[in-house]
Design a protein around this ligand. Structure first.
Ligand code: ATP
Length: 356
């Protein structure tokens, strides 16, 4: 396997900038997930690496080789698509073998590689079937098998689990993670699903409007989102945002929201001005006294815990993730505490993270 480097990669379609100045290194054997909302440029970035699109500017390296102008078939990478792209008239075996046959591999070599891949993927007994005779999960395994037999320098995955039902998605997520470890594969994986990204990626790269927002380990992103966009995108239920102004207090910074004020201990001077305070639903506490008051609108028990939807006096919607046995009733007035050491602060002009 090899490392994949994207350097200042830009792709413009007429007046749309699909990918802007993307710099990303996927280390040899690393699993990196590109995640972002629809239209953020993830698929275009992957297609650029595959060679299915030509960049407007920038370059792509696979290992030490500059492949920017190399045709797709000579890049030595394998791509797995959302729709599997299997040939319907061929058996699973032939689908997996086809790429090697057209490249002129010997019959025995092909047979060995297909059987090995099928065994790893648990589809050894299904190789005689056509895609129409396979379940969604089995088709997906066949598509992954077709990529594995190529023994490529890197794998590219484009939303490979989107067509599977929820439980199978969870199962395949774990299988792909295991496969990554077993093959020690370099993987660049695209999804719009943040849970998929968080659970599978060794690092996640969050895109918005063609620009890379942050690239780091999943928990690092969750704990210290680089900007307001990332904070709002990663986390479910989503982080709560409060608009306000930042100034100084005796102990550090003072955030003045519409419904409340909060002292945030910090030794640095505050960048005074309009700011947004973010608080994750699990960091908020409902009790007799708190930072602000609110009215309970909806209570969602999900078994292991409870999501409590609130409306503040100012009309802001807030979600609190509380223990399953929390006693609250719809229309009840409650107090909500925001622990100052758990807040995330963002400048309103740039969206950038600031603070302790
Ligand atoms: P999704 O999750 O919906 O697939 P994405 O993050 O993968 O979205 P892209 O498909 O890469 O996003 O698209 C990024 C932007 O580039 C979008 O604004 C899209 O409309 C535009 N775009 C993509 N392909 C083309 C094309 N062939 N011609 C013109 N514009 C395109």
């Amino acid at each position: 396997m090899a490392q994949v480097s994207l350097r200042d990669l830009t792709k413009e379609f007429d007046d749309t900038v699909a990918v802007a100045d993307l710099n990303l290194e996927v280390a040899d054997g690393e699993f990196v997930v590109l995640v972002g909302p629809s239209g953020s440029g993830k698929t275009t970035a992957l297609r650029l690496v595959a060679g299915l699109e030509r960049p407007t500017r920038g370059s792509i390296f696979i290992g030490d080789r500059d492949v920017t102008d190399v045709p797709p078939r000579d890049r030595d990478i394998a791509m797995v698509f959302q729709n599997y792209a299997l040939y319907p008239h061929m058996t699973a075996y032939d689908n997996m073998a086809f790429g090697l046959q057209v490249r002129g591999y010997a019959r025995g070599e092909i047979e060995g590689r297909v059987k090995d891949a099928a065994e790893i993927l648990g589809i050894g007994g299904l190789l005689h079937r056509r895609p129409g005779q396979l379940s969604g999960g089995q088709r997906q395994r066949t598509a992954v098998g077709r990529a594995i037999v190529r023994q490529p320098q890197a794998f590219l995955f484009d939303e490979p689990l989107s067509n599977l039902d929820a439980s199978l998605r969870v199962e395949m997520r774990a299988e792909l993670s295991q496969l990554h470890r077993r093959l020690n594969a370099t993987i660049l994986y695209v999804t719009h699903d943040q849970v998929e990204a968080m659970t599978m990626g060794q690092r996640i790269a969050i895109m918005n409007e063609g620009r890379l927002q942050q690239c780091a380990e999943p928990l690092a992103v969750y704990r210290a989102p680089a900007n307001r966009f990332v904070a709002g995108f990663i986390g479910s239920p989503a982080i709560n945002f409060f608009n306000g102004e930042l100034g100084s207090s005796e102990s550090g910074w003072l955030f003045k929201g519409k419904d409340f004020q909060l002292d945030v201990p910090c030794s640095a001077a505050p960048p005074a001005g309009p700011a947004t305070l973010g608080a994750r639903p699990e960091d908020l506490r409902i009790g007799d006294s708190g930072t602000f008051g609110a009215v309970v609108r909806v209570v969602e028990p999900v078994g292991s815990e409870m999501y409590i939807h609130l409306l503040t006096q100012d009309g802001a919607r807030v979600v609190v993730r509380a223990p399953a046995d929390t006693r609250v009733a719809v229309d009840e007035r409650v107090a909500v505490a925001i622990p100052p050491d758990k807040v995330h602060l963002f400048r309103d002009d740039t969206g950038e993270r600031i603070g302790p």
